[in-house]
Design a protein around this ligand. Structure first.
Ligand SMILES: Nc1nc2c([nH]c(=O)n2[C@H]2C[C@H](O)[C@@H](COP(=O)(O)OP(=O)(O)OP(=O)(O)O)O2)c(=O)[nH]1
Ligand SMILES: [Mg+2]
Length: 313
């Protein structure tokens, strides 16, 4: 079946709210909510298609947009490539130019709306920031808490806490404190033995590649209360993460990194190639800094994950 290329938009309004529209009953996936957009026409760039569709469907003019995520999905009756862009600025007041109902929705409220099956990872991408801070492993608990506070002030909203050098008891104490500091400001993912997960009701979990492989052979589903993420380094691990139903991944190393000098870097093109076959949000990791955010988006990633590159030192 020929794959239909579709340009769709996560349109940001006040306070990061997202505009969604209801599809007419009679069309494919009718009656469900969607991110506005439509088919890319022959000879048209995706960006041009996006601008045209939003003009036709909402009567707005796009003034700034960047790539968010690409989803390949096979419906029984139709194969689609959803090429999703984030519209960060536009002119005009959106109107349902085709009579379709519209709604501005806070990102975390999106899971309460019925969307087509392909849309799950788009909803996750719309809820995630473009920076994922991983805490350094050579900073003592007090300094670590102070650094987390500074990161929160600088607008970091997604954090992974690792502290491999701490004892289980010290790690738990630190994790509880970091969770308190993050409450209402950032989502925290913990990294550590899976059986600790039950002790932290507000936390997400970040799986190592080793944990990912162990869980792949398990009957029981592992599901933390918050986000579930995994560290991936190749196509096989990405496929495992997808099958396990993680929300997002990190993919590394993109460049040479001090923390893993032995690992062969993927390079930007290697990373982009791996992401083209993966349908979930991914943060690129390994030797990157804030200045690499846009290149990460161009490579098909949600953004970048970093330790030193994001730590407010
Ligand atoms: N626009 C949009 N389409 C989606 C989403 N999720 C999803 O599975 N789709 C599918 C449904 C359709 O098969 C296809 C998009 O087609 P469309 O009906 O919007 O195309 P169009 O605006 O060009 O409409 P038309 O000219 O064919 O009437 O992608 C989504 O969030 N937004
Ligand atoms: Mg449309």
């Amino acid at each position: 079946m020929k794959r239909v290329h579709v340009a769709a938009a996560v349109i940001r309004g006040a306070e990061g709210r997202v505009l969604i529209a209801k599809r007419p009953e009679a069309v494919h996936q009718g009656g469900l909510w969607e991110f506005p957009g439509g088919k890319v026409e022959f000879g048209e760039t995706v960006r041009d298609a996006l601008v045209r569709e939003l003009r036709e469907e909402l009567a707005i003019e796009v003034s700034a947009a960047r790539r968010l995520i690409q989803i390949r999905h096979d419906y029984p009756d139709k194969h689609v490539l959803l090429d999703v862009w984030e519209v960060t600025r536009f002119e005009g007041e959106p109107q349902g130019a085709e009579g379709q109902p519209l709604a501005w929705v806070a990102p975390d409220e999106l899971p309460g709306y019925a969307f087509p099956a392909a849309n799950q990872p788009i909803i996750t991408a719309a809820r995630l920031p473009d920076r994922y801070l991983i805490t350094p492993d050579d900073v003592f608990p007090d300094a670590l808490l102070a650094g987390v506070d500074r990161a929160l002030e600088q607008g970091i909203t997604l954090i992974q806490l690792r502290a491999p050098a701490l004892s289980a008891a010290d790690y738990r104490e630190l994790a509880s404190e970091v969770l308190e500091h993050c409450a209402g400001r950032a989502k925290l993912l913990l990294k550590g033995p899976l059986d600790w997960c039950d002790d932290f009701s507000g936390a997400g979990w970040h799986l190592t590649a080793r944990q990912l492989k162990a869980l792949a052979g398990c009957e029981e589903r592992f599901r933390p209360p918050g986000w579930l993420a995994a560290s991936c380094h190749d196509a096989e691990e990405l496929a495992l993460a997808d099958r396990l139903g993680v929300d997002f991944v990190t993919l590394s190393p993109v460049s040479l990194t001090l923390s893993h000098p032995e690992a062969t870097p993927l390079g930007w093109s290697g990373a982009a190639q791996l992401l083209a076959g993966f349908n979930k949000p991914a943060y690129l990791l390994g030797g990157l800094t804030l200045a690499d955010t846009e290149q990460a988006r161009e490579a098909g990633a949600q953004g970048l994950a970093a330790i030193r590159g994001l730590w407010p030192g």
